[in-house]
Design a protein around this ligand. Structure first.
Ligand code: ATP
Ligand code: MG
Length: 571
């Protein structure tokens, strides 16, 4: 493509609204423009990257035996009512009513629609297994769209759905998708990790997330340095060392703690460490109050709490509700005398005496022993793992990293087939529910994740496989031999099947170099008069900055081979 004929509106300044580097660089490189919160237009260069990601995903899905199709983005309320998710999906589901007063939503995912299709079209075990996928625009009314296309409201997803006769066959489909995902992320050239994950609102029994490792990731992941255990911190189990639980060591006593609304304040006031305090948080679980307790220096893992309670939603209770159920104000809640269910983190049973709120203003209790003084409390794993915790699988050491979730695979079991009645007839003629799996890839998010991982002070550094162009040709003058030679190289490289951008703008070389670096194009051929006189062109690697002089007559073959050998693709 010719730079002069392509819409590449690069920006010199970093746009103030962009917090993370990928968002800044995508705006600066003229890849995307914002239309509304979380809703973006893909400009020609950004769209080239997106299509290259899409192509790799498509090839690997096809190779794994999945079949591509396309489902609607607008879906009828009835189907979502049948699965029960019309009520449970929450506000991310954008609902609307058509002129005939029929309810619809913009699809955030397609379990309902695909299960509806399969219940109509699949009759017998002979029709299974089946794996159907699409690459399609999703809409989720995210509460906090941010980081550009990383957490958008409208975004491109690949979603695949597998249908099998039983759990064993479904496990095999899951393994195949797991392997296909590894092939995708290997080819994309990204550093990533597959981690055990929570199943969230999609449901099901078992899932893995694929995380691109990056400091700006929104997810914390724990991995073992000794074995191959890796899990999202939302889900990673805390396994405490065994041993006798300590017996009570003190009498419980009430102490005045004026104005100490936080763990830090009460610890300071009493001259103890925050870890000597147990905090009690009141939550509403599907509208019913519960108390959850963790050590003062820990945080409640709300996903674990939600799963423990099998609740669709847990949110912190309001000060009014806290006053109602505890009799005391916010900041002084404790476990004694409560009439609501109490869940205490397992760690709280490993220490004999705790400071807790007394459910009374400006008052705490000391010397509380959970087993003795709160016998109704139920022990549970309620906090997130931290770096010092042992690996739940091998006891080895855990490390924590940050990751960007770019893929998520689930074993769904029969959740949707039972809800929607998707059955098949087995060899004996018995009707059985189809066993399902679903498999998502955030196609558009991958573009941002790749930039989070690949950039420097000058701009983007794309892996070759998804760069908008494999190569840029830069003539150092707008006429004469350098111009003519650059045109020839451009034509020959393009004819050889490479994606090439020629910067044919009549601008200073410095401007072209800057833009070339910003756009993240992996290789650059610089054609100048001086080099030509010596029969050479300059070849530069974007990532390493390495420069080579290539003999003019060998340049095309050299570049073509290099791009081919390193997984370059053309659109
Ligand atoms: P997240 O926890 O990031 O909200 P999710 O668990 O809701 O993700 P899934 O329902 O598993 O996501 O969707 C499959 C994939 O779609 C995710 O792995 C992610 O890469 C991508 N994705 C999800 N939400 C968004 C979004 N708001 N913007 C861009 N991509 C998204
Ligand atoms: Mg989400």
């Amino acid at each position: 493509m010719r730079f002069s004929r392509t819409l590449i509106p690069t920006l010199k300044e970093t746009p103030a609204e962009a917090e993370v580097i990928s968002h800044q660089l995508m705006l600066r490189a003229g890849f995307i423009r914002k239309l509304a919160a979380g809703i973006y237009t893909w400009l020609p260069l950004g769209y080239r990257v997106l299509r290259k990601v899409e192509a790799i995903v498509r090839q690997e899905m096809d190779r794994a035996g999945a079949q591509e199709m396309l489902m609607p983005g607008v879906q009828p309320a009835e189907l979502w009512q049948e699965s029960g998710r019309w009520e449970h999906y929450g506000k991310e589901l954008l609902r609307f009513i058509d002129r005939h007063e029929h309810g619809f939503c913009l699809a955030p995912t397609h379990e309902e629609v695909i299960t509806d299709l399969v219940r109509r079209e699949v009759r017998s075990y002979r029709d299974l297994p089946l794996n159907l996928y699409q690459i399609q625009t999703k809409f989720r009314d995210e509460i906090r769209p941010r980081f550009g296309i990383m957490r958008a409201r409208e975004f491109l997803m690949k979603d695949a759905y597998s249908f099998d006769v039983d759990e064993e066959a479904s496990a095999e489909s899951y393994r195949q998708m797991h392997a296909a995902y590894q092939a995708v992320f290997d080819r994309l050239g990204l550093r990533y990790r597959a981690v055990e994950a929570d199943t969230g609102s999609i449901g099901g029994s078992f899932s893995h997330e694929f995380m691109v490792l990056a400091a700006t990731g929104e997810d914390d992941i724990a991995s073992c340095t000794a074995c191959d255990y890796a899990a999202n911190v939302e889900k990673a189990e805390v396994v405490l060392a065994g041993g006798e639980l300590p017996a009570p060591s003190q009498e419980m006593a009430s102490v005045a703690t004026p104005g100490t609304h936080t763990v830090e304040a009460v610890a300071r006031f009493l001259g103890v460490e925050p870890r000597a305090v147990a905090k009690t948080m009141i939550y509403m679980a599907d509208g019913k109050p519960v108390a959850a307790m963790v050590r003062g220096d820990r945080e409640i893992n709300e996903i674990k709490l939600k799963n423990l309670l099998k609740a669709a939603e847990v949110v912190l209770a309001s000060p009014t509700v806290i006053a109602e159920v505890t009799g005391g104000p916010l900041g002084f809640s404790g476990p004694t005398g409560l009439k609501i269910p109490i869940y205490a983190d397992q760690e709280l049973y490993r220490q004999a005496a705790w400071v807790v709120g007394a459910n009374q203003a400006d008052t705490h209790l000391t010397g509380l022993h959970l087993g003795r003084d709160v016998p109704t409390a139920r022990q549970a794993d309620l906090r997130s793992v931290v770096a010092d915790d042992p690996c739940p699988r091998c006891g080895g050491q855990l490390t924590l990293d940050r990751g960007i979730e770019v893929g998520h695979i689930f074993r769904l079991g029969t959740k949707y087939s039972l809800a929607l009645g998707a059955n098949y007839l087995d060899a004996e003629g018995l009707s059985k529910p189809i066993v399902m799996g679903c498999y998502g890839i955030g196609v558009s998010r991958i573009v941002a994740a790749a930039i989070e991982q690949g950039h420097d002070a000058n701009g983007i550094i794309f892996p070759l496989a998804i760069a908008p162009f494999s190569l840029a040709v830069l003539p150092m003058s707008a006429s004469g031999p350098a111009w003519d030679e650059a045109q020839r190289l451009y034509q020959e490289l393009t004819a050889a099947g490479l994606d090439v951008l020629i910067d044919d703008r009549d601008l200073r070389p410095g401007v072209k170099f800057k833009d070339g670096d910003l756009l993240g194009i992996p290789y650059r051929l610089v054609v100048g008069e001086k080099g030509l006189k010596a029969g050479q062109v300059e070849f530069k690697h974007r990532a390493s900055g390495q420069v080579e002089m290539l003999p003019l007559n060998e340049a095309v073959a050299y570049v073509v081979n290099l791009v081919r050998d390193h997984g370059g693709q053309s659109l």
